[in-house]
Write a protein that binds this ligand. Structure first.
Ligand code: FES
Ligand code: FES
Length: 155
């Protein structure tokens, strides 16, 4: 199938099989390897991207569904050499260890803060409940989102 889409603001075309997932297209055809395959079954959130502004697991989306859509991935989060506030604060607060979950968590957290710039701790925990981390425990991740949100509100 021939697909025309927009990824991180760039018009992009690719060819994929009808049963190929968006995650496989991103990683294997477009060399956008930020989204990770943790489970492949919609359980871990490591493959999180946005599809027309909605947070989705790209392992559960077909590449064909990207046709005429707007896709957002972790590769589009920084602006040139300038990290997004969330990315910078995750580093400053050591909210990652192996980093496998981190792209998905950052994409998910950014989607949350676009909807709700001042989420409570509970709201952050619920929003990120679909993003599993096997390393850090979640406290530093939640704290980093809170700090980044506060910084973004005062910017
Ligand atoms: S790889 Fe998609 S949810 Fe785990
Ligand atoms: S930092 Fe390793 S899975 Fe989250």
């Amino acid at each position: 199938m021939h697909i025309s889409t927009t990824i991180n603001g760039d018009e992009t075309e690719f060819v994929c099989a009808p049963d190929e997932t968006l995650l496989d297209v991103l990683r294997d055809r477009l060399a956008l390897t930020g989204a990770k395959e943790g489970c492949g079954t919609g359980d871990c959130g490591a493959c999180s991207v946005t599809l027309n502004g909605r947070l989705v697991c790209s392992c559960l989306v077909l590449g064909a569904e990207a046709d005429a859509a707007e896709i957002g991935t972790i590769e589009g989060m920084a602006t040139g050499d300038n990290l997004h506030v969330l990315q910078r604060v995750f580093i400053e607060k050591a909210a990652l260890q192996c980093g496998i979950c981190t792209p998905g968590i950052l994409v998910a957290a950014k989607a949350l803060l676009e909807k709700n710039p001042d989420p409570s701790e509970t709201e952050i925990r619920y929003w990120l409940a679909g993003n599993l981390c096997r390393c850090t425990g979640y406290d530093k991740i939640i704290q980093a989102v809170q700090v980044a949100a506060a910084e973004m509100r005062s910017a």
